[in-house]
Design a protein around this ligand. Structure first.
Ligand SMILES: NC(=O)C1=CN([C@@H]2O[C@H](COP(=O)(O)OP(=O)(O)OC[C@H]3O[C@@H](n4cnc5c(N)ncnc54)[C@H](OP(=O)(O)O)[C@@H]3O)[C@@H](O)[C@H]2O)C=CC1
Ligand SMILES: CC(=O)N[C@@H](CCC(=O)OP(=O)(O)O)C(=O)O
Length: 403
């Protein structure tokens, strides 16, 4: 663990230095508040955590459940640069018993993290908080059985839908922890920050819902777009489907082509509609089609909307720019800017751009994220930072890897 932390401090210091000298558009867009917060997190001693009553020591002791999967690995990778969180337990199922470095040899600073165990073998008395990176349906009973002092950010879909009947309808089975579900806070951080700060259980949003709700919720709230006629054409890298072996995810089935899936029936639709309806103040229904792309990570949602109440395309863009101007991780580009998934690869940023459609009265919105970072593990850490009362950006200011 010390080696991991040593490397973390070293890398954080380097990141800090690089941060002040680089001048990318994304960095220029980072508000002063965020930069100062970031520096404070880096140079100040680790704050006493637990404004939410979580931890009694300076380092928050973290368990990552499902650490042998892609999102679990991504949490551990990102935590290597986190000054306040220490990895204290890692779990796997088929990989339990193995050294983490055997399962993920690329994490060279992670040689001192604990060996993977089964969830049932975790000693919870040594843990303050958990990232739960398990398949949906597995999560409910496991989280229900945890001691109540454990703060949890759950990356699965199990606690995202507030209506458990809707959960049963879309996920093919009754919810097995309905009481816990009532306690869960939906962790789309930029929109639910104050609730997340007080939460014990955060339901981290799905990757597609993150990429769609960040641009659309503020527009619906302001009545700038019609509630009907929202069409979402979304594309995801293959890591979105997890690490376990599946025939349709073989290289030969993915490379050199693309394919839609879940057409008209994808389980992220009710999650997207739940958030959009809350923002609009009445029911919103969307047309949503996901496509699997031959890339390992990255997500783009291209969203076709109809302008409302006399709004122009420029109004949409300036409203989003205003809404997110103090936000570190959401950047609304200037007119004509084209976001690429490459521009967010490995980072926690969401890039949004708004274009006029050739069809009058309509706009096209493009939103990109890295499905494993802002779409999963990065946003999960952002939420956990808030739950633990430390600056939200801590450990998350890595810029995209490019090219
Ligand atoms: N991938 C993505 O982009 C995103 C994923 N999510 C959600 O995050 C969660 C994790 O996804 P991802 O990391 O991609 O999935 P993976 O399939 O890559 O990993 C799943 C993890 O769960 C473990 N596991 C599987 N079954 C059980 C079980 N019965 N009991 C205990 N542990 C088990 C696996 O262990 P082992 O491998 O050792 O068998 C592995 O560590 C899912 O709910 C997913 O929907 C959310 C947003 C984005
Ligand atoms: C490419 C791919 O298969 N993606 C996954 C979504 C990943 C994710 O965000 O979803 P959950 O957390 O809701 O599982 C899917 O379409 O089911």
């Amino acid at each position: 663990m010390n080696a991991l932390k040593g490397a973390a401090q070293h890398n954080v210091a380097r990141t800090d230095k690089a941060f002040s000298s680089l001048r990318s558009p994304v960095q220029r867009a980072i508000p002063k508040r965020a930069r100062l917060t970031c520096n404070a997190a880096i140079t100040a001693p680790a704050p006493t955590v637990g404004t939410n009553g979580a931890a009694s020591t300076e380092q928050v002791r973290i368990a990552v459940l499902g650490a042998s999967g892609y999102t679990g690995e991504e949490v551990v990778r990102l935590l290597a640069l986190h000054p306040n969180f220490s990895v204290a337990a890692l779990t796997g199922e088929s990989q339990a018993g193995k050294e983490f470095s055997e399962v993920f040899p690329h994490l060279v600073t992670a040689t001192n993290v604990p060996r993977l165990t089964k969830v049932g073998d975790v000693d919870w008395s040594n843990i303050d908080a958990a990232f739960c990176c398990l398949p949906h349906a597995t999560t409910q009973e496991i989280l229900n059985s945890l001691p109540k002092h454990i703060k949890v950010v759950d990356l699965s879909a199990d606690f995202r839908l507030k209506d458990i009947k809707l959960y049963a309808e879309w996920y093919g089975g009754e919810h097995r922890a309905p009481e816990l579900q009532k306690e869960a806070v939906y962790g789309l951080t930029e929109l639910h920050r104050e609730e997340v700060k007080k939460a014990r259980l955060v339901a981290n949003p799905g990757c597609y819902p993150t990429s769609v709700q960040l641009p659309l919720c503020p527009l619906l709230e302001a009545g700038l777009i019609e509630k009907e006629d929202i069409i979402i054409d979304a594309k995801s890298g293959v890591s979105g489907a997890g690490r376990s072996a599946k025939q349709n995810l073989l290289y030969t089935e993915i490379a050199e082509g693309i394919n839609c899936y879940g057409v008209g029936s994808h389980r992220h639709m009710p999650e997207i509609e739940q958030g959009l309806s809350e923002s609009a103040g009445s029911t919103v229904r969307v047309s949503f089609t996901p496509t699997l792309m031959p890339m390992s990570r990255g997500m783009q949602s291209t969203i076709y909307v109809k302008l409302a109440n006399g709004a122009s395309v420029d109004d949409l863009r300036s409203h989003l720019q205003q809404r997110y101007k103090e936000e570190t991780f959401v950047h609304v580009m200037n007119k004509g800017g084209i976001p690429h998934t490459r521009h967010v690869r490995g980072s926690n940023y969401n890039l949004i751009s708004v274009f006029p459609d050739r069809l009058s009265g309509r706009a096209i919105i493009i939103s990109v994220i890295d499905n494993l970072v802002k779409g999963a593990s990065g946003q999960a850490i952002q939420n956990m930072n808030l739950v633990m009362g430390i600056p939200e950006e801590t450990g998350l200011l890595q810029q995209a890897m490019f090219p």
